[in-house]
Structures are given as structure tokens and as C-alpha cells.
Design a protein around this ligand. Structure first.
Ligand code: PEP
Length: 249
């Protein structure tokens, strides 16, 4: 039995005051057990969030693959650990599209995250063009194989994959629950081929892309979908609380 996850990706949103308000408003309303609730926030907010939150676990939205050095503007795994951050999103499609993130850098970052016992949330997903050309599985296969090339997984409960079709992110057009399930099932098969069933059956696979309070229940009830990575709907306190409850269907 995999424990469900509701992970918010705030992207480049919220000031310190707004972030603290969110925690104070949301935490008392959250289910205490049976779901891992995560907020992935801008780096500058992480320390305050770690300090203030008791139920919500805190994640970063990116991480450099080096421990330290001349990488202006970057945040290292050492710094995330020092801040007591638990999770880190890697390879989000916005980072792949706007900041040159490649499968090779995602691979290096996964290795580094695991070395530092940070829990990676690894994002994969196809463009609309690729889906319409019938290439979704090829794209997922390529991304998963390259992302996990040479990676050893000792604690599969600490590795998370987010299937995020790019055409569904921030567009208001979610994948159907069947489309999401088909892709998540395929990702699990890929993981089985690489790591074996004992490991792949414990890795949590999330769906992400225009999740909202109306469509999530159907998506989370699918067999291979263990939760959601949520952008827009994670910014609104009430919606976020509702979505965590949907995880307990
Ligand atoms: C995301 O950014 O990971 C995401 C899924 O965004 P949204 O929920 O807004 O589509």
C-alpha cells in the first residue's frame, strides 16, 4: 500500500507573509495521517516554512547538482539539507523549457539528491505535439531511462515521479483519469524493467496538470496514481485542503 501524496508547487508565487498565512490557515484543517502533504516553495521561503509547519513537509523546486562552487544564483543540496528541506522537485517542464534542464542534468541531480537523502520528485511528460503524434510512451521511456541511468534506489518510498503532460500544466485542461492512469501505469512498468517489481511497486507516481477540486477524486482513485503535484490549485488554501481530503478516498 503506497501512502498518497498531495504536493503543492507554488512556483514563483507568495511572499513570506502569504506563505506563513497559508501554513496557519491550512495546517489545522489537514488530515493528520495517511497522506503526505508537501509544499514546494521558492527557495527564499524554505527556512520560514520549515520553522512554521508541523504537518506540511517542505520541498524545494530545484537544486544544483554540485555541492558548492562558482554557480551564481544556484542552491546546493548542502544548503537544502542545512535548511532541513525534505523534498526537491527535479526536471519540472518549466525548468526544462526555460532554463535548459536536460535529461543529463536531471540524472545528475537525482544522484545528488539521493546522496544527500533529499527525496526527489522527478517530473516527466510529453508535449501536445508528441501526444498527437502517438509518441507519449516513447517520450516517457526516454525520460525515465535517462533520468535513472546509473541510479541506485535503496529506499523506494523516498523516490517520487510526477507524470505531468506539458499540455495540461497551467492550461485548465487536465488529462482524463484514463490518460493519466495509462501513462502512470506505463511509467511503473518502465521502473519495473529498470529496478524490479519490489522497488517499482513502492515508488509513488503522481499526476500533475490542471488538477482542481472537481477533477482530482477521479484521478487519484486510479490504480497507479498515488497523488498529485498541483500548481495553481495549491495557491488557494481552501482548495489545497480539499485536495488533501480527496487523497483519502
Ligand atoms: C505544476 O506546475 O507542476 C502543475 C501541475 O501546475 P498546474 O496544476 O497549475 O497545472
Amino acid at each position: 500500500m503506497r501512502k498518497p501524496i498531495l504536493a503543492g508547487n507554488w512556483k514563483m508565487n507568495k511572499t513570506r507573509d502569504a506563505a506563513i498565512h497559508f501554513i496557519l490557515e491550512v495546517e489545522p484543517k489537514l488530515p493528520k495521517d495517511n497522506v503526505d502533504v508537501i509544499v514546494c516553495a521558492p527557495a527564499i521561503l524554505l527556512r520560514d516554512l520549515v520553522k512554521r509547519s508541523e504537518v506540511i513537509k517542505v520541498g524545494a523546486q530545484n537544486m544544483n547538482e554540485h555541492d558548492s562552487g562558482a554557480y551564481t544564483g544556484e542552491i546546493s543540496p548542502v544548503m537544502l539539507k542545512d535548511t532541513k528541506v525534505e523534498y526537491v522537485i527535479l526536471g519540472h517542464s518549466e525548468r526544462r523549457a526555460y532554463y535548459n534542464e536536460t535529461d543529463a542534468t536531471v540524472n545528475a541531480k537525482i544522484k545528488k539528491a539521493l546522496e544527500f537523502e533529499l527525496k526527489p520528485i522527478v517530473c516527466v511528460g510529453e508535449t501536445l505535439e508528441q501526444r498527437e503524434a502517438g509518441k507519449t510512451n516513447d517520450v516517457l521511456s526516454n525520460q525515465i531511462k535517462k533520468a535513472f541511468d546509473g541510479v541506485t534506489i535503496e529506499n523506494p518510498e523516498n523516490v517520487i515521479i510526477a507524470y505531468e503532460p506539458i499540455w495540461a500544466i497551467g492550461t485548465g485542461k487536465s488529462a482524463t483519469s484514463k490518460e493519466a492512469q495509462d501513462s502512470c501505469k506505463y511509467i511503473r512498468e518502465l521502473l519495473t524493467n529498470i529496478f524490479g517489481e519490489n522497488i517499482s511497486s513502492k515508488i509513488r507516481i503522481l499526476y500533475g496538470g490542471s488538477i482542481n477540486v472537481k477533477n482530482f477524486k477521479d484521478i487519484i482513485s486510479q490504480e497507479d496514481i498515488d497523488g498529485g503535484l498541483v500548481g495553481g490549485s495549491s495557491l488557494k488554501e481552501d482548495d489545497f485542503v480539499e485536495l488533501t481530503k480527496d487523497c483519502l478516498y
